[in-house]
Design a protein around this ligand. Structure first.
Ligand SMILES: [Fe+2]
Ligand SMILES: [Fe+2]
Length: 264
């Protein structure tokens, strides 16, 4: 059995500081084998820098996934060069830096394969290829038996597309975990063919915000035709959303549990 803690999108400095406060104790209490986090928002809400990757790893994050915001800082070249355990969605074009998958070697517990894919619905990303075929093609070309566990981070806007992907991959991977909306869903469960599933884990970041942005800014953005600079909410209560998944093998999980905490 491999026990994984998976953290929803970590947002800027308030998110990183919340990880520092909550994760070490949670990791110890759960006796987790590995901690994975979506980090597309760790650098002041947009993108990833080398410094923030190093910082988040120092708090006990072993492996990182991302999404559409990964390209918003020039550091993506360095961060995705292969030096750091971070991946980007696999359905972006091959000539971009980085890979859509990575392995975590857990010694005598075996190897864990982590994949990252982005949904199509509502994403407005013209360079993405269709995620279902992209994942099918990837899975066809690997030897599933090489892995003790397989986790897919699907970074998607639409709940219906996420649920469809869960059903599509059930029986083929150990867990399908949603990220991107920053809103935790209460539908975590083991699917009929054995895969653990949740539509969206949620986020680690400011509770009284829109995703992580100051609410007044986003209200104005909804009411007026011009766009405004997005300021991150640095103070107030912070939410820490994660799931704990117990993986049995490459196509089965024993259990998935939510861990949602608000710290003041
Ligand atoms: Fe995000
Ligand atoms: Fe995203």
């Amino acid at each position: 059995m491999i026990k994984v803690i998976f953290l929803g999108d970590i947002c800027g400095k308030p998110g990183r500081k919340t990880v520092e406060k909550v994760l070490p104790e949670l990791r110890k209490k759960e006796e987790a084998d590995v901690v994975i986090a979506n980090v597309e928002n760790i650098a002041h809400g947009k993108g990833v820098t080398e410094a923030t990757v190093k910082e988040i790893m120092s708090y006990g994050v072993d492996f990182m996934t991302s999404g559409n915001h990964i390209w918003q800082r020039n550091d993506f070249e360095v961060v995705l060069s292969g030096e750091y355990p971070i991946i980007r969605p696999l359905n972006y074009p091959d000539d971009l830096p980085g890979k859509g998958w990575g392995e975590i070697d857990l010694g005598n517990k075996g190897k864990l394969l982590v994949m990252n894919v982005m949904g199509w619905w509502g994403m407005n990303e013209r360079t993405l290829s269709e995620p279902f075929r992209a994942l099918d093609a990837f899975l066809r070309n690997i030897n599933l038996q090489d892995y003790k566990g397989i986790i897919v981070d699907m970074h998607a806007e639409s709940t219906a597309e996420m649920v469809s992907m869960g059903a599509h991959l059930d029986g083929k991977v150990s867990a399908i975990i949603g990220t991107h909306t920053h809103i935790p869903t209460a539908d975590e469960r083991i699917l009929p063919n054995g895969a653990a599933y949740i539509t969206d884990v949620g986020m680690v970041g400011p509770l009284n915000s829109v995703l992580w942005v100051d609410t007044d800014i986003i209200i104005k953005q909804n009411m007026y035709p011009y766009s405004l600079h997005h300021e991150i909410v640095e103070t107030g209560p912070m939410r820490f959303d994660a799931v704990v998944v117990e993986i049995e093998n490459h196509s089965r999980a024993r259990n998935i549990r939510r861990f949602n905490k608000i710290i003041t």
